[in-house]
Design a protein around this ligand. Structure first.
Ligand code: GTP
Ligand code: MG
Length: 322
């Protein structure tokens, strides 16, 4: 690529200090995020359409994210990295681990292990690529006050890592409302870039939306906001080659009489925007969990088991499986 690289947003043609400030107010702190912006988003900053188009194009050229040939797509796909869950079986179900540049959703009942997996990923992401990590940090958007420093330390120690060092590479953002959650993600690009964040967790994606938007009349607004929120997440994951992991609760739908009446929250929007969906459930009272790959762009459906122990997410020993 011979395209000019721009490091800061004010270096882009057409962006002076005052436009740069307006863009920052809208949550665009990096050239990468501008490359993923839409013209409509920028016109909200009082920037004319033509100029918005010019800025986005320059940002795209700079981050080499514009038109690509289909054969180059293969190369781009080769940039996709996989993050280990800690369980070989679960990794295999996911085709090698959790992919960067797309959204992976874990849904299931309380205690099914969604937050435990999220914690484990925050540690694993810090491993070198050869060991199944992404050699980067984690951003954890916590909506239910579930993040536990002690649990991270426990997992890190088990892996022979220095807990203090591991905690230094996890940025925690507590979201108090759905609007706050949206705001945090809208403004996350700089934090992601500065801290080499390669894993973005939203635990849980839907809890605030579910408790704030009640009744049929607010459903359309809720879905529209969730849609925008998830698209922002995809764009960040693509721009920074990061894995995006969201958790989601379930509800039982009274209209289903046959089969499994358990449904994830969020309807079609969440279903279609999550690229990979995994349904977690308990297998009895012990530490064993069943993971079902419900949807994936190219992998077949399937199931596996893993367990949650003091050490974190692990495989179930072979003899116990039989
Ligand atoms: P909700 O957020 O309530 O919907 O549930 P969740 O799916 O996020 O559940 P979570 O990941 O928090 O799983 C909780 C379960 O993990 C507990 O019931 C325990 O079975 C297990 N667990 C959590 N911490 C530990 C631990 O330190 N040791 C062991 N052995 N198990 C743990
Ligand atoms: Mg949880």
């Amino acid at each position: 690529m011979t395209e000019k690289k721009y490091l800061r947003i004010e270096d882009l043609p057409g962006v002076g200090p005052s436009i740069a400030n307006r863009l920052r107010e809208l949550g665009f702190h990096t050239v990468e995020s501008l490359a993923m912006a839409t013209v409509r988003e920028l016109t909200q900053a009082g920037i004319g359409e033509k100029k918005a188009f010019q800025i986005i194009n320059a940002a795209r050229a700079s981050s080499s994210l514009s038109f690509i040939r289909a054969d180059e797509l293969i190369v781009k796909r080769q940039n996709i990295l996989k993050l280990t869950t800690g369980s070989r079986k679960l990794d295999a179900l996911l085709g090698g681990g959790i992919e960067t540049q797309s959204i992976t959703e874990f849904y299931g009942e309380y205690g099914s292990g969604k937050s435990q997996i999220a914690h484990q990923l925050c540690v694993n992401v810090q491993l070198p690529v050869e060991e199944g990590g992404l050699d980067g940090g984690a951003l954890y958007i916590d909506t239910e006050n579930t993040f536990r420093v002690e649990r991270i330390s426990q997992m890190a120690r088990h892996m022979g890592l220095d807990p203090e060092d591991v905690l230094k590479h996890i940025i925690l953002a507590e979201a108090y409302t759905s609007d706050h959650q949206i705001f945090l993600l809208e403004n996350a690009d700089e934090v992601i870039k500065e801290n080499n964040i390669r894993l973005i967790v939203i635990d849980s994606l839907t809890s605030h939306f579910r408790s704030e938007y009640i009744g049929r009349e607010s459903l359309a607004e809720r879905q529209q906001k969730l849609n925008q929120h998830m698209h922002k997440l995809i764009r960040l994951a693509r721009a920074f080659n990061a894995a995006a992991v969201v958790t989601n609760q379930v509800m039982s739908s009274p209209d289903v009489f046959f089969g499994d009446s358990i449904r994830p929250i969020g309807g079609h929007i969440v279903a279609h925007t999550s690229h990979t969906r995994i349904y977690l459930r308990k297998a009895g009272r012990g530490p064993v969990r069943i993971a079902r790959l419900v949807s994936s762009p190219y992998l077949p459906e399937g199931e596996c088991i893993f367990r949650i122990t003091e050490n974190g997410i692990e495989d179930v020993e072979e003899e116990k499986e039989r």
